[in-house]
Design a protein around this ligand. Structure first.
Ligand SMILES: [Cu+2]
Length: 603
């Protein structure tokens, strides 16, 4: 087992209060609090923002050390932030500017992505490796500086290099600044991070998958709730997260799927939920007893403690949508315990979980959500300037020379959007290439608006049709879609069946999008358009495109920069399931990408 180091993040906020809401139940790190003048650095001068005082709280440097954790009775050295798994929760208020000093004391290249943060005027802080920055090398550091104006709700942060996000992640919670929630004030707010655990070094798993070209062979060993697997794993039952509650109160569960490769069902025995937000966008209240959540997504759910005083399990287990794909997946269940204050020690009640392949339940949850219309929030654009029809799915690629144990005659598992398997650049990040104007060597601006051919996308029996072989065999390329500032982009995302249909959770950086419609089978413009929700669509940053189906999204490209869109099943990213939007500058000062900050990591 390779020893892994630890990364330290120092969290700092500016112009904002330290979290003081006792209702959160959250304890901020014991920290030295100090004020200091921000030096003349960063892009603030260029963007016209006034430099001011920042309030900063730093974790004590003694915490920087290798982190050995014990899970499922095995001791493992992992990469983690500030000695915690999950990493620290960052509580901020809407409008805050965050400065996060990331010091990489691990032996790995690393970047941090602030998942769901729009990064207006701060594209250099978005974090995806080789897209907006080169990685922070071991021993290096970088200060991510960004503002969270106009955003409220549950987001999260995670590593955006290889599989490190398996253990390098945490919650980023943005609370309202000058008003209350658009729902009843909860007694407490509780981050619930759903994770996935391997009894192995995740970096080794990824390397092995690359060398063989077979995708991830090793399925995970456990799922976790707030870092702990729970009682149903026969080994080491003591690692269980516990939530102490009092009767008759409302709890706001801020649920985050930080698992690497698994969509999840989540339930709590004896209790129901009212969903009030997803992906940090408020929804109309939606009552359900099951939450379905894809990697990258968040769900804010109110839970009333109105059950008889007792102990109850909360449980997280996979939603496995692949109808005809790889047969094996981790079919274990993570549990945690909700304990009423005066409950006895009788065995907790277990919720009845949906079947692993219960697509109807998943689809019901994913499609019944609608957005909460509020004054001052963007409404769905009724027309689009850019229309894209993009196939999404798995295919076959030729083996790379470096894939030394790849079957050359069969090829390697690949994934693509419109038959382009995204290849990450190696010498310069795309944002630097775009900003400097020297992009020709790094990317081609010809990502297609349509697949090479229209065919019966979701008919699995066609995958042996020799005429479709050119579509099954996808091509690698660093192709981007160029978009004018403020253009409205509509994307029809169509799953294909070449190597099994599967729900792919596609995450778009830099924007929220409206979800207009979703369905099964092949997208049909005539019938689908009549179903578009142009009144109160849900707003997301990650959409689970239905397995063997399609989804339509719209967003306004009001953020100049370079933004990746990729599958948040991590194993599909190195296979190529990604594309990139390059949004050009506008004409006003606030629509022009500022230059990179001075400590921007060099390649
Ligand atoms: Cu995927």
């Amino acid at each position: 087992m390779a020893a892994r180091g630890q990364m330290m993040a120092r969290l700092a906020r500016r112009d904002s209060d330290r979290p003081r809401d006792a209702a959160t139940g959250h304890v901020t790190p014991r920290a030295a609090r100090r004020r200091r003048e921000i030096g003349k650095k960063g892009d603030a001068g260029r963007s016209g923002k006034k430099e001011g005082l920042e309030r900063e709280w730093l974790t004590s440097p003694e915490k920087v050390r290798n982190l050995t954790v014990s899970r499922l009775c095995e001791r493992r050295v992992i990469t983690a932030v500030n000695g915690k798994l999950p990493g620290p929760t960052i509580w901020v208020r809407e409008g805050d500017t965050l400065l996060v000093h990331v010091v990489n004391l691990s032996p790995y290249d690393i970047t941090i992505h602030w998942h769901g943060v729009l990064q207006k005027q701060s594209g250099w802080a978005d974090g995806p490796n080789m897209i907006t920055q080169c990685p922070i090398r071991p021993g290096g550091s970088y200060t991510y500086r960004f503002n969270v104006s106009g955003q409220e709700g549950t987001l999260w942060w995670h590593a955006h290099t290889s599989f490190l996000r398996a253990t390098v992640h945490g919650a980023l919670i943005i609370r309202p600044r000058n008003h209350s929630f658009p729902f009843r004030q909860p007694h407490r707010q509780v981050p619930i991070l759903l994770g996935e655990w391997w009894n192995a070094d995740v970096g080794d798993l990824e390397k092995q998958a690359f060398l063989t070209g077979g995708g991830i062979v090793n399925i995970s060993n456990a799922f976790t709730i707030n870092g702990k697997p729970g009682h149903l794993y026969t080994r080491c039952k003591n690692h269980t997260y516990k939530l102490e509650v009092v009767a008759g109160k409302t709890y706001l569960l801020r649920i985050i799927n930080s698992a690497v490769n698994s969509e999840l069902f989540f339930k709590i025995a004896g209790h129901a939920f009212t969903v009030v937000a997803v992906d940090a966008s408020y929804t109309k209240p939606y009552d359900t007893d099951v939450v379905v959540i894809a990697p990258g997504q968040t769900v804010d759910a109110l839970m009333v403690t109105d059950a008889p005083s007792a102990r109850y399990y909360m449980a997280s287990q996979p939603y496995f949508s692949s109808l005809n794909g790889p047969p094996s997946f981790d079919s274990t269940t993570a549990t945690a315990i909700v304990r009423y204050a005066d409950a006895d020690d009788a065995p907790p009640e277990m919720p009845r979980m949906p079947a692993f392949n219960d697509t109807p339940t998943a689809h019901r949850f994913y499609t019944n959500l609608t957005g909460l219309r509020r004054p001052g929030t963007p409404t769905v654009p009724l027309e689009a300037e850019e229309h894209m029809f993009v196939t999404v799915g798995l295919g076959v690629l030729a083996c790379e020379p470096t894939q030394v144990v790849c079957n050359r005659s069969r090829g390697t598992l690949g994934a693509s959007m419109n038959n382009v398997s995204f290849r990450f650049p190696t010498s310069m990040s795309l944002l630097e290439a775009h900003f400097s104007g020297f992009h020709e060597a790094e990317y081609q601006p010809d990502f297609p608006d349509h697949p090479p051919a229209m065919f019966d996308f979701t008919n699995n029996s066609l995958n042996t049709d020799p005429r479709l072989a050119p579509l099954l065999h996808t091509q690698r390329g660093t192709k981007v879609k160029k978009v004018k500032y403020n253009a409205t982009v509509e994307m029809v995302l169509q799953n294909t069946a070449f190597v099994g249909t599967e729900n792919h959770p596609l995450h778009l950086h830099g924007f929220n999008f409206f979800v207009l419609a979703q369905g099964f089978g092949n997208y049909n413009a005539t019938t689908a358009r009549s179903r578009y929700n142009l009144v109160d669509p849900q707003v997301r940053n990650t959409i689970g495109v239905p397995a063997g189906g399609w989804a339509v999204i719209r967003f306004v490209a009001n953020n100049p920069g370079v933004w990746i869109m990729h599958c948040h099943l991590e194993q599909h990213v190195p296979l190529g399931l990604a594309t990139v939007f390059v949004v050009e500058d506008g004409t006003t000062p606030d629509s022009i990408l500022p230059p990179p900050p001075p400590d921007f990591p060099a390649c």
